[in-house]
Design a protein around this ligand. Sequence first.
Ligand code: EPU
Length: 418
Amino acid sequence: MQKLLIQGGKPLHGEILISGAKNAALPILCAALLTDESLQIGNIPALRDIETMLALLNQMGVSVTSDHNVPGITLSAKQLNNPTAPYEMVKTMRASILVLGPLLARVGQARISLPGGCAIGLRPVDQHIKGLQAMGAEISINHGYINATVKKLQGTRIVFDIVTVTGTENLMMAAVLAEGTTILENAAREPEIIDLANCLAIMGAKIQGAGTDVITIEGQSSLHGAKYSVMPDRIETGTFLVACTATGGEIRLNNTNPHLLGAVIDKLAEAGAQINVSQNHIHLTMNSRLQSVSLRTAPYPAFPTDMQAQFMALNCIGNGTAIITETIFENRLMHVQELKRMNADIEVEGNTAIIRGIPHLDGAHVMATDLRASASLIIAGLVAHGRTTIDRIYHLDRGYENIEQKLSMLGANIQRIN
Ligand code: EPU
């Protein structure tokens, strides 16, 4: 198994390019299921989750091609002879559930392995199922599979009980080919939903209100092929910004969208970073004493749960005491016990962590428990005194493209070993 070795204590300096957003690319790949014409997608990050999604679509009958003369990849779902998502694939990536809505809309049937719990929480899919049932789908769950059929999905009004990102995306994709109008209320407002809606619109879908909590979709009889480029990854951007705020230094992140990071940038400024933004880059300088920052995760536009672990690492060496409350997932504080191995002073009560800043962390042997926890441990390793070894970094490869190369370009002492 591969590990990361980090020798801490070097400030970050330099500039890097931000990759395409994993959580926008995954639903956009599934949008290819909605048409028998080709969808050409650019700015796809090279990640394990993307490979898994492409393999999943491919075994359904979707052809995936890339050509040196054409940017990105081209997906063609002319034939869909196997509308199934098997357990082996779903178990490694919960986003596989995103094929359910498009398959029902396009071919009227789907057999999807039920995603189980995962490290960060139970993560049920009841809202996806409830919405599709309201649109007329017959859904049964047996032997661990969701079996769904429908003659033709019908537009209707759906009110989500809770705000769900992939739930909103799944129903939006189902509704674009439904008969009549679908109104999604209490919809998620994440920028990745706007990106998916923009791609669907170029494919001929009629969607209004993406990015607000009421989305109205007028079903069309078919969608057509298109070219689309995925938005930049706001969580990758935020992760590098936190890393530099923790280590000190000066970095510039190119090919990103600062306007999607309002809550994160505000917290970094509170921590002492100086941040300048333009249309597509962010420049961060950190040369003051790091201040602790309290936060509470909540759906967009509030502070993202996907940045909570990174701020936990930052606060370990902040001046003062911070309180972090995780409200989205019930078990997303697993990085705390690993940070404590590095001497962090953190107390957990329920979904709240109290972090008392200490002058420095000590390098240690730690284990990554999920994707964003891995990023948190890297940040801790970058600021720690001495050497940190991180195990189980396969989590990291699911969601960060070339992270150790990018950090090395910024001057970090980090390497991957077998
Ligand atoms: N939930 C339900 N029922 C449902 C759906 C969700 O109870 O039918 C609950 C979940 O258990 C959770 C909350 O609702 O407690 C919110 O979950 P949501 O459905 O919004 O999460 P998701 O769509 O499964 C996406 C991202 C996650 C990100 C969350 C929250 C993708 C592929 N994944 O997950 O990304 O944390 O939204 O913003 O878009 C990551 O990239 O590291 C990651 C975990």
